[in-house]
Ligand binder design. Sequence first.
Ligand SMILES: [Zn+2]
Length: 290
Amino acid sequence: MIYLFSALGLFVILDSLWGYFRTKNKKRYLIRLSIGLPLVIVLLFLFGPFFVLSPIKIGYSTLKDNNITLYYSGNSIDMAKDTMDQLKQANDMNRQFYKTAYSMPVVLAKSGFDMLRFGSYPYSGGTGNELTINIRAGRMTAGKIAHEMSHRNLAMLTDKSIPAPNWFNEGLASYIGKMDEYRKPNELQVDLREGRYVKDILDMRGVLGAAKWIKKINVDKAGGVLYGQTYLMVKYLFDKYGQDKMYDFVASLKSNDFEKAFFQSFGLTEEQFHEEFMNYIQNYKGETVP
Ligand SMILES: [Zn+2]
């Protein structure tokens, strides 16, 4: 989100400079800019991706419960109450791991267009980042909401906009949301055998990592294996090292970068861990696929 913020800011500055050097009547341009620029910023807050930060939310009402603040469209109080019940469950699932309940602003979007203008992928049921959770009315389970909440909680706990590579951030979110529906180990074994397993999973990191992730889902249609695989990768870590150690590792991301913290906590590199995980999947002998 902070990157979207910066990109928008940079674009506006460059565009203004470009306009300034091109225009003949520089004084008039500056006057128009000084009116136009604040207007654009106000619109971004009132109707755009910074809606959740805006003190005025036109057409939206507020429902509060402890750390959760839900913004919903004024005429859908029943939907908002149902959603609040799910939010509370999802919040508890997160608290079990994160120990603290960070403030949790949630926007209940009415449509795909709402999602888009709030800075989220329009076809998804929900997204989460360091600023807010955006969810579509009636499209989410408590588990999926818990997944989105984990994205904000991890950012809050570590004080970082991108605290971890995608595989860990998404896998941890799915683990907290108990989202085992995408892949069981025996199913991932079949993916590995038939070449669908995402072998370059560790490469998806940083700002570009998000773009690669979205491409994998939408172009390569590999969403199921991505979420299933990363869920199982993180579950493997939890099963092997236990929740306390996992919490300490995540907390150490606040002052260390991911690779260093990973090695310090588990005594092996991400690559070594990934090898170990693939071996586990390859040799898995639990229930077989019918
Ligand atoms: Zn996610």
